[in-house]
Design a protein around this ligand. Structure first.
Ligand code: ZN
Length: 177
C-alpha cells in the first residue's frame, strides 16, 4: 500500500518549493498581505504551542523553525559565494525588500566570527506591548541559519534588546560555536 505521507513534494521535511507559485496562485490579490495577518498566525500559534508544551519549549520550536527558514532563505535567496561586505549589503537589501526589517551590522570580529547586528521595524515585534521580555526567538534562529549557510559554522544567536523589552530596535549577538 502506498504511504500517503510520502506523496507530494514534502518527502523530507520543508523545502523552498513547498511555498508554491504565489504569483500564479494569487493573480488578483498579489504576493503581499498585512503584517497584522502574519502576526495573527505567529502569536496564535505561539499561544497553542505554549499551552501544550510550555513557554520555554514553545519559544524553542519558534527558534528551530526560524533556523530552518534562515537556512533555506540563504540557500534559495542569497548569493553565498560573495565576500562578507557584499553578503551583508545584499542581505540588508533583501530584508528591506521583503519587509522583514531594517538590518544594520554593528560589529563583526573576523577572527572569532562574533557578530552584533540590529533589526529596526522588525516584522515579529516592532510595536508590540512592552512586557520586559525579548520575544524574537524565530529571528534568533533565522539569523543563525543564514550565518551558518554563509560561514559554514554553527552559530548561537541571542537577542539582547527588543521592542518588547523597551528598545527601539532588536539587537542580536551571534557567536560561532
Ligand atoms: Zn525583538
Amino acid at each position: 500500500m502506498e504511504n500517503v505521507l510520502l506523496q507530494g513534494n514534502n518527502k523530507e521535511g520543508f523545502s523552498w518549493k513547498d511555498l508554491g507559485n504565489i504569483k500564479k496562485g494569487r493573480e488578483a490579490l498579489g504576493e503581499e498581505m498585512p503584517v497584522l495577518v502574519y502576526r495573527l498566525m505567529q502569536y496564535t500559534l505561539l499561544d497553542v504551542l505554549t499551552k501544550t508544551h510550555g513557554k520555554y519549549q514553545a519559544n524553542e520550536y519558534f527558534r528551530q523553525a526560524g533556523y530552518l527558514a534562515g537556512m533555506e532563505f540563504a540557500k534559495n535567496i542569497l548569493d553565498i559565494e560573495v565576500d562578507f561586505g557584499t553578503f551583508v549589503a545584499n542581505l540588508q537589501k533583501k530584508l528591506r525588500q521583503l519587509k522583514i526589517g531594517i538590518l544594520r551590522m554593528e560589529e563583526f570580529d573576523e577572527t572569532t566570527g562574533e557578530i552584533v547586528l540590529t533589526v529596526g521595524e522588525d516584522l515579529d515585534c516592532s510595536g508590540l506591548p512592552v512586557t520586559g521580555d525579548t520575544v524574537c526567538f524565530y529571528d534568533e534562529g533565522f539569523i543563525a541559519g543564514i550565518l551558518e549557510v554563509y560561514t559554514g559554522k554553527k552559530y548561537n544567536v541571542h537577542e539582547i534588546d527588543c521592542w518588547a523589552n523597551g528598545d527601539r530596535v532588536c539587537r542580536f549577538r551571534g557567536k560561532a560555536q
